[in-house]
Design a protein around this ligand. Structure first.
Ligand code: ADP
Length: 634
């Protein structure tokens, strides 16, 4: 033994302790002894540890051997414990061995001490080794179980001759059965999906006969209808007499199969897209040279594959600088990040015509030198955009025409409206001249008359300005508009027309309305149409046309034009908003349709209601986008 044996000796008699030590050393067992007499010192020593063996006397003045044994078993169950005692009856000795003493030696027969110690130490060593082996086995079993669970792989053994089958816990889990049950071939075949049953049965019998390695897949049909995919692989021992002569692993590959299915589905979708000739696919190198293209792309650009691929085609020469720049930007993004942002460009077809396209590209995974580009033909979209733009322009033209016609119809009234301030100006001018012609010119009065004249002329100029704005073509820039101001202007402009029809006008405008972002001329036009319709509806009856403005609860502007005229045509209330619907001999039927288009273009609504007594009211709303905009000084 290389290091001395460390003994804990529970003994009150120092001579006895010395004797034990000497006995051992005489037989070549070097030892270091820690002697204790009381329970507390014993406990302390045990706690400090480092002992190979405990020797204990049976009876001590303040402690006893059996108590020491119990404590030792509790605290260090593997530490050998030998009683060395002068008096120890057989019964007590048996009791001590039962509690867990390793041996007992009588002080009268000290020669037995050495072999007893040797045996105790050997047994302790063997126990420790066994436990280490057990621990290693348990650990490896635990690791295996974890590995099986993580990899969804169970193992099995099959003794073909006896038909016995052994499953690991994970195999039970895969088959979803209680581990207490015994697996059988019949049960396995029951669980196998009916469509795979025959094949699996054949495979099993081939394995048992040919004794070859195996690797196959099949499905399970679980009781609730779920389908599981399994991969089974293993080895059959050539010696059929060995235990479990077939061993193997079974892996639940359901998740992998599902992922594979989804991938296939996606692939099919992509292929459909590619084959549907909707998307052009172009494979090129990092210099932009074409390597391959699909039929859709060839049809798009009307080149043959050969022409495209042989590199004779030199688009850059034909390409305008901005598209070239877009392509180069895309190529440098591809080189740097393996992908590029979507960009629009145009290709030249073989016949020189152009084709607008949207291109997205990415480097092909695995190759550092090839890109795949998806090319979408934008011709139809561009045409649709142009068509939309053309329609919008038509609408603008129509609105303009309608405005011109309406203002044209107002000619006489407007002339009168303008003539009136001009007439007043002439009168004031005459007064002014007369005042200046006096022997003593009345300068203050003349000045007053001249100022009147200026005001008259301004009034006329204002009306002319407004009329001129209605004659302007195209739409003006949107600006912040005070709707009350527009109503006021229209009241002034239509005053003569109203007078002509014996109609009085009243504006009832809410104060502090928010301004809105709009094209002033368009609002004028919508309002003019409604007010003129109202005046015309009162042609026979005369009366009052009132225009009101206010805000609704949800913060929109609400403008209403109320007349007491003939009222809306029976049964045709909604039709009045149709283009060309008119009940007037010289009507165009465009006014309401255009007004509605204008109001709706601002996100508002225009509708008509019948008045309780007489006539109709037309209402329109206008959303005030910026509710915090400063209220106008109405
Ligand atoms: P037009 O005035 O040229 O007929 P509109 O589109 O402005 O074209 O009006 C279409 C029709 O709606 C009118 O012909 C008329 O029948 C009806 N209408 C419009 N405004 C009123 C109104 N205030 N009262 C009664 N009917 C109206």
């Amino acid at each position: 033994m290389s290091r001395p044996l460390h003994l804990l000796h529970v003994e009150d008699n120092t001579a006895d302790a010395e004797l034990a030590k000497d006995t051992l050393e005489m037989e070549g067992v070097a030892c270091k002894v820690t002697r204790v007499e009381t329970e507390s010192t014993f406990l302390l020593a045990l706690h400090a540890g480092g002992f190979d063996l405990i020797l204990a006397d049976y009876a001590l003045p303040s402690f006893d051997g059996l108590s020491a044994l119990r404590i030792a078993r509790r605290q260090q169950p593997d530490l050998p414990f030998i009683f060395v005692s002068g008096t120890m009856g057989e019964e007590v000795a048996i009791e001590a061995l039962k509690i867990g003493a390793t041996d007992y030696v009588l002080k009268t027969r000290m020669s037995r001490l050495v072999p007893s110690v040797h045996r105790a130490l050997r047994e302790a060593r063997e126990r420790a080794e066994l436990r280490r082996a057990e621990q290693a086995l348990r650990r490896s079993e635990a690791y295996l179980a974890i590995a099986q669970s993580l990899s969804h792989t169970g193992s099995f053994g099959w003794d073909v001759a006896s038909g016995e089958i052994f499953w690991s816990l994970e195999t039970y889990r895969i088959f979803e059965v209680d581990p207490v049950s015994t697996p059988t071939l019949e049960f396995i075949l029951q669980r196998v999906h009916p469509d795979d049953g025959l094949r699996v049965k054949e495979t099993f019998s081939r394995i048992s006969l040919d004794r070859t390695d195996f690797n196959f897949e099949h499905r399970l049909l679980m009781t609730d209808g779920r389908v599981k995919h399994l991969r089974v692989s293993g080895r059959a021992a050539h010696d059929p007499s060995s235990d479990s002569d077939v061993v193997g692993a079974v892996t639940d590959i359901t998740a992998a199969k599902e992922a594979e299915r989804q991938l296939r589905e996606r692939e099919v979708k992509i292929r459909q897209l590619v084959d549907a000739n909707i998307v052009g696919v172009l494979i090129s190198d990092l210099e932009g040279r074409v390597i391959d293209a699909n039929d859709a792309f060839l049809q798009m650009v009307r080149y043959t594959r050969d022409t495209l691929v042989c590199g004779r085609l030199c688009w850059p020469d034909l390409t305008p600088p901005e598209w070239q720049a877009a392509s180069e930007r895309a190529l440098s993004q591809l080189r740097a990040n393996g992908r590029c942002e979507l960009f629009e460009k145009e290709y030249f077809r073989s016949d020189g015509t152009r084709i607008p396209v949207l291109v997205g590209a990415a480097a092909i995974e695995g190759t550092k030198t090839e890109n795949v580009a998806f090319v979408l033909d934008l011709t139809e979209r561009k045409l649709a955009e142009e068509e939309r733009e053309r329609l919008r322009q038509l609408q603008v033209d129509l609105a303009y025409m309608s405005r011109v016609i309406t203002v044209g119809q107002l000619g006489a009234s407007l002339a009168h409206e303008i003539k009136q301030p001009i007439g007043a100006a002439v009168t004031n001018a005459e007064v002014c001249v007369r005042l200046l012609d006096r022997d003593e010119p009345d300068l203050p009065e003349a000045r007053e008359a001249a100022l009147e004249m200026v005001r008259d002329a301004k009034r006329a100029a204002d009306i002319i300005d407004r009329v001129r704005s209605l004659y302007q073509k195209g739409s003006s820039e949107p600006a912040m508009v005070d709707v009350n101001e527009v109503i006021g202007e229209m009241v002034v402009m239509l005053r003569s027309e109203a007078n002509r029809h014996s109609v009085s006008m009243r504006a009832d405008l809410a104060k502090g309305l928010p301004t809105i972002m709009a094209d002033r001329v368009q609002l004028q036009q919508a309002l003019m149409n409604l007010m003129l319709n109202g005046i015309e509806a009162m042609n026979e009856t005369s009366g009052e046309l009132s225009v009101t403005s206010k805000t609704t609860e949800d913060g929109q502007l609400l403008i209403s034009v109320c007349d007491c005229g003939v009222g809306l045509p029976v049964k045709q209330v909604e039709r009045i908003f149709d283009a060309f619907f008119t009940t007037k001999p010289h009507g165009t039927g465009m006014g309401l349709s255009i007004s509605r288009t204008i109001i709706e273009s601002y996100g508002g609504h225009l509708w008509a209601t019948r008045n309780a007594e007489r006539g109709a009211t037309f209402h329109f709303t206008l959303p005030t986008k910026d509710k915090t905009s400063s209220p106008s000084a109405a």
